[in-house]
Design a protein around this ligand. Structure first.
Ligand SMILES: Cc1cc2nc3c(=O)[nH]c(=O)nc-3n(C[C@H](O)[C@H](O)[C@H](O)COP(=O)(O)OP(=O)(O)OC[C@H]3O[C@@H](n4cnc5c(N)ncnc54)[C@H](O)[C@@H]3O)c2cc1C
Ligand SMILES: NC(=O)c1ccc[n+]([C@@H]2O[C@H](COP(=O)([O-])OP(=O)(O)OC[C@H]3O[C@@H](n4cnc5c(N)ncnc54)[C@H](O)[C@@H]3O)[C@@H](O)[C@H]2O)c1
Ligand code: SF4
Ligand code: FES
Length: 806
């Protein structure tokens, strides 16, 4: 007996609609005869990945989600390049612009959104476009071949991704934004300003608090005029100022819209047998513009249409991640401070990391992360599950302190149908089955097999946790190939090997020879390459200051009000009246508003003007304390046996000797040492990159400690007898870290990655230690004090410290 299938028509061949149909076919393969209409002349593709196509990181061919064969294999009738122009809800038919009428039993509207075009005079000129489709992307790429200057109106997610794409295409780009903080819908002011600085460093120019008034030009655009009368030149203008639900046909058919197509918790519209899903739908007053919620809607709709039991769709908590290589930004939930909320904030200006977690009634309700977004997925999980955080310390909230098993236990608690990859709608169950059935062992393999982590990449940590959860001890998280940034597919080890083997000698040469996708590089890879080149050839490499972060270029820390902080070196935290008097006099002479003791036992002169820096350094006549750099920072000491009655070792003497030896040493990340005169550990040696503790008959050396964001107690590496051995072991340890650490990786992460047993084997091997010490001595022999160089060079003073009058 033949069963008559119901007729299901989907209007909109985009991400939300096709995903819902795919689910439905899995649940009820024989229930419906499916017809799909799509205005675009393509099968269903991943709109998210257009940003990577534009930036040159993906090809058009890579972004198709469902190729034509998928439709054929699932017996779906597909009409591409055909727009449905009317719906007859009484007769249950739809009619297309080509005159085709198809009847339905069930109709899904998934017509997405239209980009909003500000109705400015001149908006119809050639060269003014939106950024939404493959066609827009092709137009933008074609224009970049011919023209040089682009303006993007709108500093939201889309506008910034478009701007980065234009830079990669070799264009100059201005981003025009209406308020003074970019990504204002996703970030707070601090994160927004940090993002702006990072993107400016990449080459994007921002025109903030600008209201566009008129598009200038003849047939083609030549510029943009603002309401304040100023003008910016442009050969191309892209509008990225938000989207509006595409509801024209629904409205005309009498389906309730406000402004999206109003749906209930089962995605039913006001007219029976008509459903809406995706950006065009308005659920409980919200129209979503990101795929994760659209896939969540689709999952409920598919079950409902399949006749499978399903709970209602109750709305989604949003999270976003900007897809621009070299910057890590995450925003989730309600991140704006409001009455009744409190926030935990961590802002490390040295590493450029900012974290804000908003709490209400002992529950996390939102988070903004910049510079280190690894906690994003875990925080989202806590937001979704409304985890009670009473009793949890600040550190535990911002750090996965549950040790190795913590992450795995988080994913263990998730249900099989929990969506792990929001961008591609991949569930935990799908990933775990693929890992087991296909023998997958790396995040990349999971990506190729299931598409999870193929788009924004935000779910990579969760996929990695699922691998650990499924494979247990056999999963080697670090075996997965991890490129240093989106500009290249090469890993740190491949790059270092290539520099050594091919004798590469400057940043641009590395990028050329290794075929960087983005020929300018970014703020992640350029400083890393500069470090690796200097580490490999200390004697011959000429430091590329343009590849350094601003603080390292200026040799002082820029503060939030634009002034600088000056921290001179005070060896081992030990000073004398002459030095103190001089510091006091300098502070008075330059009207330093604040003088503060740092946690590393030295003095910080805060609020110094840029133009005063070199004169102040000259007056101080002290070396730079490198409080701004990826270098040796401080060696903290206690008074040791010189004064303390418990002391068994000369903590001050050893500390001063270590600091004098390793000052100015460039390292993958900042390094802090401490020396304590007995196990009472008053210098906090347990939480330093290398902590030295005097014990009966010798000294213990603790490696990989950290007292910062991710607190870690150091591992006992070695016990030595003499002070000479302390110097040797420290040299070998630091040189091994310099040679094997990833740029930006603290020793706490490095020791965890390599394992203390391995590091101990290297450092305690006399031959190996000798070789490492010899290489360290070479590196130390060429170090010079940057403050002295600036005092002596008029050119440095002119280029970096003079204030140019405009
Ligand atoms: C460049 C870019 C990058 C993005 N990056 C991200 C990201 O990183 N993360 C994220 O979550 N989201 C991102 N988004 C947003 C995401 O792509 C959308 O939320 C998602 O595609 C919406 O899916 P949809 O199916 O509702 O709409 P669409 O994908 O727009 O699909 C609707 C389809 O319906 C067709 N259509 C409309 N009317 C008709 C009609 N009458 N007849 C026939 N066909 C019709 C349209 O042509 C279109 O193809 C990005 C968007 C863009 C443009
Ligand atoms: N990585 C991602 O998740 C990603 C990437 C691209 C797009 N998207 C999605 O695509 C959709 C469209 O993105 P979008 O960035 O256009 O929308 P948006 O609404 O997120 O941002 C638009 C921005 O333009 C600004 N703006 C508004 N009017 C302006 C004007 N006249 N002049 C200058 N600035 C103005 C707004 O302040 C806002 O910050 C959104 O739903 C977005 O979430 C997401
Ligand atoms: S660590 Fe020991 S030696 Fe140093 S100050 Fe404390 S008690 Fe004294
Ligand atoms: S969540 Fe964006 S790729 Fe998985």
């Amino acid at each position: 007996m033949t069963v008559t299938k119901e007729k299901l028509v989907l209007v909109g061949n985009g991400m939300a609609g096709v995903n819902a149909v795919e689910h439905l076919l899995k649940l009820a393969p024989d229930k419906y005869e499916v017809t799909i209409f799509g205005s675009e002349p393509h099968p269903n593709y991943n709109r998210i990945l257009l940003s990577y196509v534009l930036s040159g990181e993906s090809q058009m061919a890579d972004i198709v989600i469902h190729p034509y064969e998928w439709y054929a294999n699932n017996h779906i009738t597909l009409y591409t390049n055909q727009t449905v122009t009317s719906i007859d809800t009484a007769g249950q038919t739809v009619t297309s612009d080509k005159g085709l009428t198809v009847s339905y039993d069930k109709l899904i509207l998934a017509t997405g959104s239209n980009p909003f075009m500000i109705p400015l005079p001149g908006v119809d000129k050639e060269g003014v476009m939106a950024y939404r489709t493959i066609r827009d992307c092709e137009n933008m790429m074609a224009a970049a071949k011919k023209y040089k200057k682009a303006i993007v109106i709108g500093g939201g997610l889309l506008g910034l991704e478009a701007a980065r794409g234009f830079l990669n295409l070799g264009m100059q780009v201005d981003v025009v934004h209406i308020v003074d903080t970019i990504m204002d819908r996703q970030l707070d002011r601090t994160a927004s300003k940090m993002l702006q600085a990072a993107l400016e460093e990449q080459g994007i120019n921002f025109l903030l608090e600008k209201q566009s008034a008129e598009i200038l030009g003849g047939k083609r655009v030549t510029g943009l005029k603002f309401k304040d009368g100023t003008v910016a030149e442009a050969d191309l203008i892209v509008m990225a100022v938000g989207i509006r639900p595409n509801v024209a046909i629904a409205k005309e058919a009498g389906i309730a819209c406000d402004p999206g197509i109003i749906v209930n918790d089962y995605l039913q519209t006001s007219v029976s047998n008509v459903y809406a899903v995706g950006e065009c739908a308005m659920h409980r007053g919200v129209a979503y513009g990101l795929v994760a919620p659209l896939y969540e809607q689709g999952a409920v709709l598919a079950k409902h249409l399949a006749g499978v039991d399903t709970g209602p769709y109750e709305g989604s908590i949003l999270y976003t991640k900007l897809k621009v290589s070299g910057v890590d930004v995450f925003s989730g939930g309600k991140f704006v401070d409001a009455e009744g909320t409190k926030a935990i904030r961590i802002h490390d200006e040295f590493t450029g990391v900012y974290k804000k977690v908003v709490i209400q009634d002992n529950k996390i309700i939102g988070a903004v992360l910049f510079g280190d977004t690894a906690d994003g997925t875990r925080l989202m999980q806590m937001i979704r599950e409304e985890t009670d955080i009473s009793g949890m310390g600040k550190t535990a909230i911002l750090t996965d302190t549950s040790g190795g098993g913590g992450a795995a236990s988080t994913v263990a608690d998730m249900k099989d149908d929990a969506i792990i990859c929001g961008c591609n709608g991949v569930t935990k169950g799908t990933i775990c089955s693929a890992i087991k059935d296909q023998g997958l062992t790396t995040v990349d393999e999971v990506k190729n097999c299931t598409t999870a982590s193929r788009s924004c990449g935000g779910c990579k940590p969760l996929v990695s946790d699922l691998l650990a959860f499924t494979l247990g001890a056999s999963y080697d998280k670090h075996a997965a190939k991890e490129s240093i940034c989106g500009c290249t597919s090469h890993t740190r080890d491949e790059i270092v090997a290539a520099i050594r083997e091919k004798g590469l000698s400057h940043v641009r040469e590395v990028m050329n020879v290794l075929a960087w996708k983005n020929e300018e590089g970014c703020s992640k890879c350029r400083p890393a390459l500069n470090y690796y080149l200097g580490m490999i050839s200390p004697e011959t490499y000429k430091d590329d200051s343009t590849s350094r972060f601003v603080n390292e270029r200026m040799h002082a820390n820029i503060q939030k009000d634009g002034t600088y902080s000056v921290v001179p070196r005070i060896y081992g935290g030990v000073t004398n009246p002459t030095e103190l008097k001089r510091i006091a006099e300098v502070a008075e002479q330059f009207n330093v508003p604040t003088v503060k003791f740092t946690g590393g036992q030295r003095l910080d002169l805060l609020g110094v003007k840029k133009e005063d820096l070199t004169a102040m350094w000259e007056a101080l006549d002290m070396p730079s304390g490198y409080a701004y750099g990826k270098a040796l920072r401080t060696v903290k000491t206690c008074v040791g046996d010189t004064f303390c009655r418990f002391g068994t070792g000369d903590a001050m003497g050893v500390g001063i000797e270590l600091e004098k030896r390793f000052e100015r040493l460039n390292t993958p990340a900042k390094v802090k040492l401490a020396v304590s005169g007995c196990p009472r550990n008053c210098a906090e040696s347990g939480i330093k990159d290398l902590g030295i503790v005097s014990v009966d008959g010798g000294w213990e050396l603790y490696a990989g400690g950290n007292g910062g964001v991710k607190v870690r107690v150091g591992d006992l590496m070695s016990t030595v007898k003499t002070e000479q051995e302390i110097i040797e072991y420290t040299e070998a340890y630091l040189q091994y870290y310099r040679e094997t650490g990833k740029y930006g990786e603290r020793t706490s992460e490095w020791v965890h990655r390599l394992g203390i047993d391995h590091i101990r084997d290297v450092v305690e091997n006399a031959e190996e230690r000798k070789r490492l010490c010899a290489r360290m001595d070479l590196a130390l022999s060429v170090m010079q004090d940057p403050w002295k160089q600036a005092i002596e060079s008029k050119k440095i003073q002119r280029d970096l410290y003079e204030v140019v009058e405009l």
